[in-house]
Design a binder for this molecule. Structure first.
Ligand SMILES: Cc1cc2nc3c(=O)[nH]c(=O)nc-3n(C[C@H](O)[C@H](O)[C@H](O)COP(=O)(O)OP(=O)(O)OC[C@H]3O[C@@H](n4cnc5c(N)ncnc54)[C@H](O)[C@@H]3O)c2cc1C
Length: 382
């Protein structure tokens, strides 16, 4: 087994999704020698609806307009597959992308910034020494000063270091449906959101020549998800999909205080369980956690911090209050999906708050604070 020169890299990142590539880019910009190890050959596919909210897009350090499939301005809102209302906002809410193109775009920008990519190589085990971290693959061992687990929901870094306590799991499914041009035009700029699943929802996300149709929610509603996808396809007369092509993935959800770092290792994105429990949006938190990680890693490398543990505190302070508020809203939605759907359909302030959340002009904590005192009490009990 070969060992790649001792501490040849300052930082090794396992995984080339949005969290790993944007972190790699940021670190390379600050003069670090960075290696990404990716188990798939790129571009690789990824089970995802491909929605990049405006708040997530604002965190990207480079342009991605050339791979945007559609710009979203509104939504067709349905409840139990009956259309209630189409709502439009006066500014963009989100962009849609094909994940294989989007992730390849990000990794290409990172490589242009000087990051080394080793693709088609799976990290199998992690060992942490006093002054370095070793990543073992089938035929090599890579050594660096710091290691980042950006390897998604089945993270080998999490498993190797026993950092898994305190995660819960949601589930989401997605499929792609090809469309003729006229039908595709009917969805131009519009999401489809069916809010009849307690604590979850089914969606349509428009792309240039196809639609992503899927559903997600907590494990309690797992059995409803696949039938919801097929019913939404029927409700909008979108044709049919082979049920075997409806692909699913677990969504790890972190609770506050769950460990995310070791003296020389930290976790970002899905590996850290940083996913919005209400919407399933993960890319925004993947990027947010990457920026927090980059600060902690630079302080450690420059000798300003003894280890990477202040990353965990930063996640707890800056991301967890919002994720906790989102979790509470998700529980309210679980208990009363009709109320949730009704408010979004009929209450302009709720609709505007939702839009401003997607645009990054409001947080879940703002929404919680904005609710009238009796409703705010609900947050105490969920
Ligand atoms: C059905 C579904 C729909 C979704 N829709 C949206 C959406 O519309 N918008 C949104 O914001 N979020 C969505 N999400 C969540 C989003 O996909 C994730 O939050 C996001 O991809 C997290 O990015 P990441 O970089 O942390 O991990 P990932 O994107 O999962 O990247 C991890 C990378 O690590 C690699 N890897 C894994 N193990 C190893 C290993 N041992 N060695 C080397 N490499 C390894 C993988 O191949 C992969 O490239 C959805 C999720 C699901 C399941």
């Amino acid at each position: 087994m070969k060992e790649h020169n001792h501490c040849q890299y300052d930082v090794t990142i396992v995984g080339s999704g949005p969290s790993g590539t944007v972190l790699a880019y940021e670190l390379a910009q600050q003069g670090c020698k960075v290696l990404i190890i990716e188990k798939n050959k790129l571009p690789r596919s990824k089970v995802c609806a491909g929605g990049i909210t405006v708040r997530a897009s604002l965190l990207l350090p480079f342009d991605f307009s050339q791979i945007v499939e559609d710009v979203i301005y509104g939504a067709r809102l349905s409840y139990n597959f009956k259309l209630k209302k189409t709502r439009i906002y006066d500014k963009p809410l989100a962009y849609t992308v094909m994940r294989e193109k989007f992730d390849y775009h990000l990794v290409s920008r990172a490589c242009e910034a000087g990051v080394t990519l080793v693709e088609g190589v799976e990290a199998r085990h992690i060992d942490v020494d006093r002054d370095r971290v070793l990543v073992r693959t089938k035929s090599d061992t890579f050594s660096s000063s710091v290691l980042v687990g950006a390897d998604g929901s089945n993270s080998v870094v999490v498993q190797s270091l026993g950092l898994k306590q305190g995660f819960e799991y949601g589930l989401a499914l997605n499929s792609h449906i090809s469309l003729d041009k006229d039908k595709a035009l009917e969805w131009d700029g519009l999401l489809g959101l069916d809010l009849g699943i307690p604590g979850g929802y089914a969606w349509v996300f428009p792309k240039q020549d196809c639609l992503s149709v899927g559903a997600g929610g907590s494990f309690r509603v797992a059995r409803r998800l696949k039938p919801s996808v097929t019913r939404l396809i029927q409700a909008y007369n979108l044709g049919s999909v082979d049920p075997r092509l409806i692909r699913g993935h677990l969504m790890p959800l972190r609770r506050a205080k769950t460990p995310l770092s070791h003296p020389r290792v930290l976790l970002v994105g899905d590996a850290a369980g940083l996913i919005d429990p209400l919407s399933g949006e993960g890319i925004y938190y993947a990027l947010k956690s990457s920026y927090l990680a980059s600060g902690a890693i630079m302080r450690f490398i420059k000798g300003e911090a003894a280890d990477l543990r202040d990353y965990e505190a930063a996640v707890d302070n800056e991301l967890m209050p919002d994720l906790k508020a989102a979790r509470t809203i998700q529980k309210i939605n679980s208990a009363a999906p009709y109320l949730f759907s009704h408010l979004l359909n009929e209450n302009d302030r709720v609709w505007r708050a939702f839009c401003r959340l997607l645009r990054g002009e409001k947080t879940y904590v703002d929404i919680k604070n904005f609710l009238s005192p009796p409703l705010r009490l609900i947050f105490r009990y969920f």
